[in-house]
Design a protein around this ligand. Structure first.
Ligand code: FAD
Length: 424
């Protein structure tokens, strides 16, 4: 390279932030343009009145390879969930724990009506089969829905409907389990190999950390800049009515915006939606599940899952209060008050000995496009980072799979491709 090449990265989610850092480390003049006032994209945290509200319930799986590579986990002061979950239904709650990590919970797990001994053995076998697998190979080969995959391997319908559906409904935002089984295999392997956690300062600490690393590497981050066009000629980026010439452009926006900016038709635009509502309770009124989340065993009008945030991370709530959230899957038009009433009804049916009159909604996030839809076979059809013409590249979860891992890995891939082509 003669003079320092200039690379523009459009979009400051995890993919764009990782791309910017790797580009800057690679010696180019890398500038990220983000239209919002803060970076993070789909991973953000709002702080208000001493509470930390992540934008929708999300967690960090510490065994994601890209998480290990891109983040200094120590500096994020992680607060960990207890492995397993509490499965709730009318009049009853049962604990499911991972006996490998918590042998004392084995009797409770085995006496749970939701998991037969056969299901527990089959889960153990899947873990043994997956743990030696290179996770990247899980995205090739035949594909089918999570439901078909599990039923064909002998898992009981009760286990699939009452445990897997709400658990993976929480991960894929698709309780029908019609999502690609690759997501099940990748995340099951990741969950079993590592921990599930949130930073003490909220999930927004992850992009803040990546932003610091990108700046330290020499990258420039500009927020409040809306990119309205990207032309492969040059290429040129139009931002706030100004044309900016560059040697390469990385489009790292959310999938619908990337499709609009590049016209690449293989970018998926069908999204999965959810609504997460946060509630305050007096501290003494905790749910008593410890650091485990609650899964709704029944596909009814109640939430898919309820999370005891302040039990996991006391920093999420002011002293003397408890912060919970309930996540509903899909695009609901129910009002905030109606959702709070539904959550109260569900909790009172799961805890018949208790009243939840004191449950007060303090924040609601309605997220129309949380993840792109991932039916079986979609991953082969996703675009490559070099798909657009000219020196325009793609980064973002939509080039891999919808996750923190997919987004971060895509940012590194795009930076690598740009650096290779610029020096070639
Ligand atoms: C509620 C919810 C729960 C989730 N749960 C998990 C989980 O538990 N684990 C997990 O691994 N993943 C989870 N995910 C998925 C994960 O968060 C995403 O896959 C990932 O953050 C996507 O990152 P990205 O950088 O590809 O895109 P985005 O985060 O969408 O970032 C794109 C950025 O581009 C910006 N932008 C768009 N258009 C323009 C423009 N024209 N000009 C300038 N900037 C623009 C946007 O403002 C945004 O900041 C969840 C997502 C949500 C929303």
């Amino acid at each position: 390279m003669s003079s320092t090449p200039r690379v523009i990265v459009v979009g400051g989610g995890l993919a764009g932030l990782v791309a910017t850092r790797h580009l800057a480390v690679g010696g180019v003049d890398a500038t990220l343009l983000e239209r919002r006032d803060t970076v993070g994209g789909r991973v953000r945290t709002e702080e208000r009145d001493g509470y930390r509200f992540d934008r929708g319930f999300q967690v960090l799986f510490t065994a994601y390879p890209a998480v290990r590579r891109e983040l200094d986990l120590e500096s994020l002061e992680l607060r960990r969930f207890a492995p397993g979950a509490v499965v709730a239904r009318e009049g009853r709650r049962s604990v499911l724990a991972d006996p490998r990590r918590n042998p004392r919970a084995l009797p409770a797990t085995l006496s749970s009506p939701d998991v037969s001994i056969g299901d527990a053995v089959r889960l153990g076998r899947r873990w043994l089969a997956l743990r030696r697998t290179d996770p990247e190979t899980l995205f090739s080969g035949p594909d089918e829905s999570i439901e078909r995959f599990l039923l064909d391997r002998g898992f009981s319908e009760t286990f699939v409907e009452t445990v897997v559906a709400p658990f993976y409904g929480g991960i894929t935002l698709d309780r029908s389990l019609s999502t690609s089984k690759r997501i099940f295999e990748y995340t099951f392997r990741t969950l079993a190999a590592g921990e599930t956690a949130v930073p003490a300062a909220g999930m927004g600490a992850i992009p803040a950390h990546l932003e610091t690393r990108a700046r330290e590497a020499g990258g420039t981050i500009e927020t409040g800049v809306d990119v309205t066009a990207v032309s492969s000629d040059g290429p040129v980026v139009t931002a706030d009515d100004e044309a900016i010439e560059a040697d390469a452009v990385v489009v790292a926006t959310d999938p619908p915006a990337a499709r609009e900016l590049t016209a690449v038709e293989s970018i998926p635009t069908d999204g999965r939606a959810c609504v997460t509502q946060y509630y305050e309770l007096p501290a003494r009124a905790s749910l008593g599940t410890g650091r485990r989340l609650l899964l709704n065993a029944v596909d009814d009008a109640g939430p898919n899952h309820v999370v005891p945030h302040s039990a996991v991370a006391p920093e999420y709530a002011p002293d003397g209060t408890t912060l919970l959230s309930a996540t509903y899957l899909g695009d609901l038009d129910a009002s905030d008050a109606e959702l709070a009433a539904r959550t109260r009804r569900s909790l009172e049916s799961w805890y018949p000995e208790r009243r939840f009159d004191a449950l007060e909604a303090v924040h609601t996030d309605r997220i129309p496009f949380a993840q792109f839809d991932q039916p079986p076979g979609i991953h082969e059809r996703l675009p490559d980072t070099r798909e657009p013409s000219g020196a325009v590249y793609l980064a973002g979860d939509y080039t891999r799979w919808s996750s923190i891992q997919g987004a971060m890995a895509s940012g590194r891939d795009a930076a690598k491709a740009v650096l290779e082509d610029l020096s070639g």
